[in-house]
Design a protein around this ligand. Structure first.
Ligand SMILES: Nc1nc2c(ncn2[C@@H]2O[C@H](COP(=O)(O)OP(=O)(O)OP(=O)(O)O)[C@@H](O)[C@H]2O)c(=O)[nH]1
Ligand SMILES: [Zn+2]
Length: 334
């Protein structure tokens, strides 16, 4: 066994992970002892972008992963089938949400959810297929994102419009691309890489790559001066089950009102004296954004697994002022 070294996971397929070391040498890895202490009870222990400590088996090109290092950021979603939170990619500098003017139809609430699933990382919003005419109401809802402080870029991947601006934000960064199926994410990524993808995974990983898996897992791709994490296109996205306040944090327009809510820890639904709801009623917060927020909150309620703290239960605790931090922590640990 060689010495343990740090590396970056470029992808994982069926418990076989490709990890590159600081020289760019690729190793095929399994997890030592089948389970990582850091990942007990998680849907998937390691994803593209993870930093790991691994131990090469000399001369074999293979290695064992010993430890997952702490993530600086991640993209998480609720996996309906697995009934668990699923980390899709980790340690990215930017999440790019790719949406489209049409086919599939523009869905701003999908974008809202992508923002809520992006943890500790900036979300940049791309509107693709701008060669197709957009309805005024949809253009206005899209423009709202930049008014709220998000970077937005209008592109046509097919016609090459806006790509330089996308390259500009990717420069020197690791950028994860998330999008609904059909928005043109692959077309966009191919255009960005423009045939310049630096193949760093080596030939060895191909023997494990049976093709059909490739679109089900996130994969790191190396461009000339940026790194992309391509993620599978999805039809739906649900926010992860964790502290409901994490969702609220993805609505920056609530910030100036929430401090005036009657209850500390208000989730801005039916609580008495909610300043956020009042602001939405008065048209100071865009009604569709508020509705989008309420739906995310409701999804935590309706689809909550047994271990999750339900927002309503939490609100009731606030309301009668018997909120118990220790109880919350116990749920979190379970
Ligand atoms: N009009 C127009 N069509 C585009 C544009 N970009 C992509 N398309 C088309 O949209 C369709 C879907 O493109 P893909 O790149 O395969 O979409 P995707 O998001 O990778 O889809 P998944 O593989 O399902 O995740 C294709 O028919 C593309 O030709 C664009 O800028 N304008
Ligand atoms: Zn409130």
């Amino acid at each position: 066994m060689g010495e343990a070294v740090e590396g970056t996971v470029t992808r994982g397929i069926n418990n076989i992970y490709t990890v590159i070391d600081s020289d760019g040498t690729a190793y095929l890895c399994r997890i030592k002892g089948k389970q990582l202490v850091q990942a007990a009870g998680e849907y998937n222990p390691i994803v593209a972008g993870d930093r790991v400590l691994f131990q090469p088996v000399e001369g074999s090109g293979e290695a064992l992963i010993l430890e997952r290092l702490e993530r600086t950021s991640f993209f998480a979603r609720w996996n309906e089938k697995g009934q668990r939170n699923q980390i899709v990619a980790a340690n990215m500098d930017i999440v790019v949400c790719v949406s489209s003017v049409a086919s599939p139809p523009f869905r701003p609430r999908f974008i809202d959810r992508v923002i809520a699933c992006s943890r500790n990382v900036e979300t940049v919003i791309i509107l693709n297929k701008c060669d197709i005419a957009q309805k005024d109401a949809e253009a206005e809802r899209f423009a709202l994102f930049s008014e709220l402080g998000y970077r937005t870029i209008r592109v046509s991947a097919a016609q090459g419009e806006g790509l330089d601006e996308v390259r500009g934000i990717c420069h020197g960064k690791t950028v994860a691309f998330i999008g609904q199926s059909g928005v043109g994410k692959s077309t966009l990524i191919n255009a960005l890489l423009d045939g310049t993808v630096v193949q760093r995974t080596g030939g060895i990983s191909r023997k494990f790559d049976r093709g059909r898996h490739t679109t089900n897992y996130a994969t790191m791709l190396f461009g000339k001066d940026f790194t992309l994490i391509d993620t599978p296109g999805v039809r739906e996205i649900s926010v992860p089950h964790d502290d409901p306040h994490a969702i609220e944090a993805s609505f920056p327009e609530f910030a100036s009102y929430r401090v005036r809510c009657q209850f500390e820890g208000c989730l801005h639904d039916e609580e008495p004296g909610c300043a956020v709801r009042d602001a939405a009623d008065a048209g100071l917060i865009h009604e569709d954004r508020y509705e989008s927020y309420l739906r995310m909150l409701a999804s935590l309620e309706e689809r909550a697994p047994s271990w999750a703290v339900r927002p309503r239960a939490q609100r009731n605790r606030y309301a009668d002022d018997t909120w118990d931090k220790e109880e919350w922590d116990a749920h979190e640990d379970a």
